[in-house]
Design a protein around this ligand. Structure first.
Ligand SMILES: [Zn+2]
Length: 286
C-alpha cells in the first residue's frame, strides 16, 4: 500500500493489474455498517482479491478496465452491479454491434478516415467487446443518489465527458472523492465525442471544484490532494487543446482524420486512431 494511503483509510485501495495501458487500476472498498463492503470499479480480466463480503459492485463508467471483471465478481459473490443509466445503455448496445458499428463508421467516414483504416477499427471494436466480460447493469445510480456507508453518506455525482454516464462519489463527512477517470493525477482524460461532450466535461470539472475535498481517490495512480489546482490545470489544458485544434482546422482545412495525424502523429493502432479522430471532433465542436 502506498505511503499516502494511510491518510485515506478506511477506504481500501486495491491495485488491480491490467493487461492494457496504464497497467493497473484502483478498485476501492468502501466499508458499510454491517461489516460488508461496496466495491467501486474492479479491473478488466482478473478481479481483485476481496477481504470480505461485498454487497454491491459499482462501476464509475463502462470502460473495460473498470467493468470487465464485474460479471465474474457478480457470479462469485451475488452482489448486484450498479452504474449510471447511460453506461448501461453503452453495454446494452454491445449486443447489437452492427447498429453502433454502422453509426461509428458513418462518423469516421465523414471525418476522412480511409476505408482500410475503418475496416481495422471495426475489427478492433468487435474484438474489444470481449473485454467487457458480459457486464450488465442490475441497478442504476442517478446523480445525487445517496448511499449510507460506515463513513457517512456517499453521494453520486454525474460527471459526463470521459464517458456519458461517468460517476464520481463524494464522502462529505470525510472530505473524500472517488473520481474514476475524471480526475487522475498527471493525466488529462480522453473526451468521448458526442454533441456537447466537451462542454459537459468542463461543467463536470467546475462542479467538482466546488466540493470541499481533502483527498482525491483516482482510478489510476496514487491518491492526491489539491483537487482545485488539478482541475484548474485540466481546464487550461482543455482550452489550449481546443485552441490548437481549431486553429489548425481554420489554417489548413484538413479533415478530422488528417488533423489528428498532423497534430498528434500517426497513432500506434486502429483504436488510437479512432480515439484521436473522435477527440478532434469533440474539440472542434463550436
Ligand atoms: Zn475510462
Amino acid at each position: 500500500m502506498a505511503a499516502s494511503d494511510k491518510f485515506i483509510l478506511p477506504i481500501q485501495r486495491l491495485e488491480v493489474a491490467l493487461p492494457v495501458s496504464p497497467g493497473s487500476l484502483n478498485a476501492y472498498l468502501v466499508p458499510l455498517r454491517n461489516s460488508a463492503w461496496i466495491l467501486i470499479d474492479c479491473g478488466m480480466s482478473s478481479p481483485p482479491a476481496l477481504p470480505g463480503p461485498i454487497s454491491q459492485i459499482i462501476v464509475t463508467h463502462a470502460h473495460p478496465d473498470h467493468c470487465g471483471a464485474a460479471a465474474k465478481l457478480r457470479a462469485a459473490t451475488g452482489a448486484p452491479i450498479r452504474m449510471h443509466r447511460l453506461e448501461s445503455e453503452v453495454l446494452a448496445a454491445l449486443n447489437e454491434p452492427e447498429k453502433w458499428l454502422a453509426a461509428e463508421d458513418a462518423v469516421l467516414s465523414q471525418s476522412g478516415v480511409p476505408a482500410v483504416a475503418r475496416q481495422k477499427i471495426r475489427a478492433h471494436s468487435l474484438m474489444m467487446r470481449r473485454a467487457f466480460g458480459g457486464c450488465t447493469a442490475d441497478e442504476w445510480i442517478e446523480d445525487g443518489d445517496l448511499i449510507e456507508t460506515a463513513l457517512g453518506p456517499m453521494i453520486a455525482i454525474h460527471t459526463p465527458g470521459h464517458a456519458a454516464g461517468h460517476l464520481c462519489f463524494h464522502f462529505p463527512e470525510r472530505k473524500l472523492l472517488i473520481t474514476g477517470d475524471q480526475l487522475v493525477e498527471h493525466h488529462a482524460p480522453y473526451i468521448e465525442y458526442e454533441p456537447g461532450s466537451l462542454e459537459r466535461y468542463r461543467q463536470s470539472l467546475l462542479r467538482l471544484a466546488g466540493l470541499d475535498i481533502d483527498w482525491v481517490l483516482p482510478a489510476h495512480g496514487l491518491p492526491f490532494q489539491h483537487h482545485r489546482r488539478h482541475i484548474q490545470a485540466l481546464l487550461v489544458h482543455c482550452q489550449r487543446k481546443m485552441q490548437s485544434v481549431r486553429a489548425a482546422k481554420a489554417r489548413t482545412g484538413k479533415s478530422p482524420h488528417d488533423l489528428a495525424i498532423a497534430l498528434w502523429g500517426p497513432p500506434p493502432n486502429p483504436f488510437q486512431l479512432r480515439c484521436a479522430v473522435l477527440e478532434v471532433l469533440a474539440y472542434c465542436e463550436e
